[in-house]
Design a protein around this ligand. Sequence first.
Ligand SMILES: Nc1nc2c(c(=O)[nH]1)N[C@H]1C(S)=C(S)[C@@H](COP(=O)(O)O)O[C@H]1N2
Ligand SMILES: [Mo]
Length: 574
Amino acid sequence: MGTTQAQDDIETADDRRPRGHVIDRPAAALTGILAAGGALAAGEFAASLAAPRPGPVVAVANRVVDEAPNWFVEFGKSVFGLNDKPALIVGTILISLVLGAVFGLVARTRPALASLGFVVFGLIGLVSMGVDAQSGWFAGLLISVVAVGAGLAILRFLPATLRSHQAATGLRSPVGTPLAPGQGATTAPPRTATTAGAPGAVTASPTDPPVSRRRFLGWAGVVGAGGAVAAVSSRELQARSSASQARDAVEFTAVAEGASAEIEQTVAAAATDVVGSTDGITPLIVPSDEFYLIDTALIKPQVDPASWSMTINGMVEREVTYTYDDLLERAETIAPVTLSCVSNEVGGDLVGNAIWRGVPLVDLLDEAGVQPGATQIASRSVDGWTCGFPTEAAYDGRTALVAVGMNGEPLPIRHGFPARLVVSGLYGYVSATKWLEEITLTTLEDFDGYWIPRGWSKFGPVKTQSRIDTPNKNERVEVGSTVPIAGVAWAPHRGVERVEVRVDDGEWMEAQLGESLGPDSWIQWLVPWVATEGPHILQVRATDGLGNVQTDVPAPPAPDGAQGWHQVQIEGVV
Ligand SMILES: Nc1nc2c(c(=O)[nH]1)N[C@H]1C(S)=C(S)[C@@H](COP(=O)(O)O)O[C@H]1N2
Ligand SMILES: [Mo]
């Protein structure tokens, strides 16, 4: 057989079958997965270039959250509490990759259909971003085009790395016989047709199929690594946003010297006294970068304080607006407040204590002039999240701040820079709006915040809770040794009066309390216990400042906060 004939055959075969046809199923599926992953990564990267905005993945997850039927939301709530967004993100990515694999397989026989799949993908992303308050149609279109383009390019390019090698080596089916789907380089095609050694033909060797496959896998690795780099660097770009630069530039001078010095002394004392220095106990003040994080925003809003302002409107005598500098100048109240999430389980860690600095909410409300009958203080973040609580809470003497500072620094971006609400004694979901933009006076009947129609209670007073930090669950302690049982207890704004611990069904033992930062703050506690042999159950309960003992009746977080006594099983061993 002559060279010309052989080349003709290759061309004829190529003409008859669509591109991408020749690769086997695993390679096709891998190609599809990489094409889908590459599309997502490219989309995220494009999204992060323009401005920090939700990329396609987050936008789709946002739409799922907003449009999902009730049963789905209920399910998410029961499994993930208020933190169901990360799960949705992971779900969105996984579903995309699985569909990518399917498209990759489809591409072997019907490449146009597979391409159409990617375009539909892109349209879903486009619509999701288009209706997103932080993104919009124009950016959405650009991002979608980049994403779909990347996906289609990978879908075509990767199979070509197999095929070009095959073409170069003349590796193909017997002359004149078009390859069947699934037949190709990796299915050990007959070698007889090409090993004849015709002049000019590239001689194939028995090692060709692995070489070809290795080449493909090599390119697949390159594409995968490229996607990973794009995905990671888009996060990096996010971090180096103008908002974080603006935050770094904030001059956060010490004001209210007296108050902050007193708090600092107490915090310092707490770190060294017998209770606070217990191994394993939570610090009285939780460092900002360890403070729990809950919100619906996977991409944290990046607010430039220079162009930001906050307005109080609704049922007020006059609408008032404050710039960041207005608030900074007036942020002279410094107060420790324990913030907790309604979805915190008994013994859970969605609770923290920080020193907040800000302007008393009442001062600003009084400047606006709250109208009689305005029974609810609603608020909204720059990304459209909302909540609301009874107006009384701002006026009954508890700490209620428009906060600009946390633990001696401007609010970290993820904790609400440039300003947020902090209201003692109310769960975050009804009160603690981060990236605050608007406070609206309304009635309790006229407005429901974000989580209320999603099945959480309209009112969110924080329940009295206590937590054993040490010893750990299933810890083995030495019989006869003195084991410190220690932890934290909180009942903002009522304060904690007493903490008690019991071992098994023994007597309640009164705990020693640590340094107090007042009724809005949690308190550390300690009970030294001489361990006895065998398994034991340790239980804790707190009594609030009104004399109410923490209830032992257990309840799950939904709809208005978990309750019951925290207990830890340990074992005394010799
Ligand atoms: N803008 C905005 N603010 C928000 C939320 C949110 O989803 N978006 N979640 C609230 C909830 S449920 C809690 S528990 C607190 C958590 O605050 P942290 O993340 O600073 O700990 O923020 C509140 N403020
Ligand atoms: Mo929360």
